[in-house]
Design a binder for this molecule. Structure first.
Ligand code: CMC
Length: 444
């Protein structure tokens, strides 16, 4: 076996490498190709494993399994690297804006000026939702969790655009991409407005994507909401940082749902459901709930102790990551934004931020967290920022969903355009009963 890391050109995985496995039971040896991408670890191609050996691989949680080939996002968790189409996340967060990043993720290259303005116009022209959607919202209880409403509302778009079921049509796929991207903030703001009993606010296309979203959330008919540029910029930055994260749980859900040829609105709705969980997008809400529960700095040691206790289920929310075993590069950018926005809003002494900083300090010095490489993740700071902007905790995961929409669409599109894509169908190790005969009820 030879290592050819980095030898493949962008566009194809290198296929000249191989690995040989020996079955200790039969003594037979099998050779499998080893694929090399443009970056990242080498990958054993096990597609023919079952056909050749009669065995499956076992990998719950997919910690060692690449489910697809992708050109969109690269993560090196050990080095704390995140790149969209090759561009480092911190450079994009500093110099770019969300619309440009969307164009990049969807199309592969940064736009020229005229391409960018055409794209922004295109997204703007789809930002309204069908007026009938209002009645759909009115069917929910006012106290429904906005994520429950989002799962339903995004899935319901399938009913408004039945032509998007033609997933083989590039034109239909393009329309669905733009519609999802354009309508996500409108639906998210509607979910929020509905939950607080205020009228829906229509989008305004003269505002940027983030500013328009903030206005739809916070304006009321009797008083417009003047969006502070620094707050809009922080929101835009949050959107950039969350836009894609390769094959995470929600993205894999979108791909798996889409692998059957399902309508893209329904696939993304499945992704939103997956994002909702506290181990994924729900973590930012859980961070705020945890900080509120801790309440004061003197109670931090008690919670750290609980997090380290192997017999307790409690985890320090906002710490640790499946992929990053180093500082989450998104958390580093957001930490800075968090301070800037709180300064701008005159909330520098916000007690929860103070508490969060102290928790971060203590955890980063603790042997347990150091040994397990548990660093603050992006959710640790995003929750504090959302809170400062005026969002209730129940909206935090919705904001994540708005930001991640472009990643889901880009990944779904890449899969649909991949000639090698097949329906996703994992296998299992069966550990249930062997065959047994049916016993009539009287004899059980
Ligand atoms: N607090 C305390 N201990 C932890 C934590 C934590 N937050 N996270 C992991 N550990 C411990 C865990 O108990 C285990 O210890 P041991 O080796 O002694 O058994 C060790 O660290 C490894 O944990 P793991 O469960 O094998 O790690 P994982 O990769 O399966 O889990 C995670 C990753 C994100 C689910 C987990 O770290 C966690 O539950 N964190 C809190 C929730 C959170 O903040 N989630 C947001 C993730 S970032 C947003 C996103 O990208 O979606």
């Amino acid at each position: 076996m030879t290592t050819k890391l980095g030898s493949a050109k962008q566009g194809a995985a290198d296929k000249s490498d191989s690995v040989t496995l020996t079955d200790n039971q039969t003594g037979k040896t099998y050779t499998f190709p080893v694929l090399t991408g443009t970056d990242g670890p080498r990958v054993i191609d096990t597609r023919k494993l079952y056909a050749e050996t009669g065995m499956f691989t076992y990998d719950p949680g997919y910690t060692s399994t690449a489910s697809c080939e992708s050109k969109i996002t690269f993560i090196d968790g050990d080095a704390g690297v995140l790149q969209y189409r090759g561009y480092p996340i911190d450079e994009l967060a500093k110099h770019s804006d969300f619309m440009e990043v969307c164009y990049l993720l969807l199309g592969g290259e940064l736009p020229k000026a005229e391409q960018k303005s055409a794209f922004v116009r295109d997204v703007g022209s789809h930002s309204m939702v069908h007026e009938q959607m209002q009645y759909y919202f009115r069917g929910f209880r006012r106290d429904s969790h906005p994520m429950a409403v989002m799962v339903g509302a995004v899935g319901a778009l399938s009913a408004f655009y039945p032509e998007s079921a033609d997933v083989r049509s590039p034109e239909q796929r393009r329309d669905a991409q733009i519609r999802l991207l354009a309508k996500a903030p409108t639906l998210a703001a509607m979910a929020y407005k509905y939950s607080i009993g205020q009228p829906f606010v229509y989008p305004r296309n003269d505002l940027g994507y983030a500013a328009n979203f903030l206005r739809m959330c916070f304006a009321i008919p009797s008083e417009d909401y003047v969006v502070k540029p620094s707050v809009a910029r922080a929101m835009d930055r949050i959107f950039i940082l969350h836009a894609d994260h390769e094959q995470n749980a929600s993205t894999s859900t979108v791909r798996l749902a889409g692998s059957s040829g399902a309508n893209p609105f329904a696939c993304v709705s499945a992704g939103i459901a997956s994002l909702w969980g506290p181990a994924h997008g729900g973590a930012n809400e859980a961070v705020l709930n945890m900080l509120t529960e801790i309440g004061s700095k003197d109670r931090i040691p008690e919670f750290i102790k609980k997090a380290k206790d192997q017999t307790s289920n409690f985890r320090l929310m906002g710490f640790g990551h499946r992929v990053y075993k180093n500082y989450d590069p998104r958390a580093a950018v957001l930490r800075e934004s968090c301070h800037e926005v709180l300064e701008e809003l005159g909330m520098r002494d916000e007690p929860l931020l103070d508490l969060a900083m102290e928790l971060e300090r203590i955890a980063l010095e603790d042997k347990y967290f150091i040994e397990r490489k548990l660093y603050p993740n992006v959710d640790f700071y995003s929750g504090i920022l959302y809170r400062a902007m005026g969002f209730p905790t129940s909206m935090f995961t919705v904001l994540f969903a708005v930001a991640r929409m472009v990643g889901w669409i880009a990944q779904w599109t890449e899969m649909m355009e991949d000639p090698e894509h097949r329906i996703g169908r994992p296998r299992q190790i069966y550990t249930g009963h062997n065959r047994r005969s049916y016993v009539p009820i009287a004899g059980r």
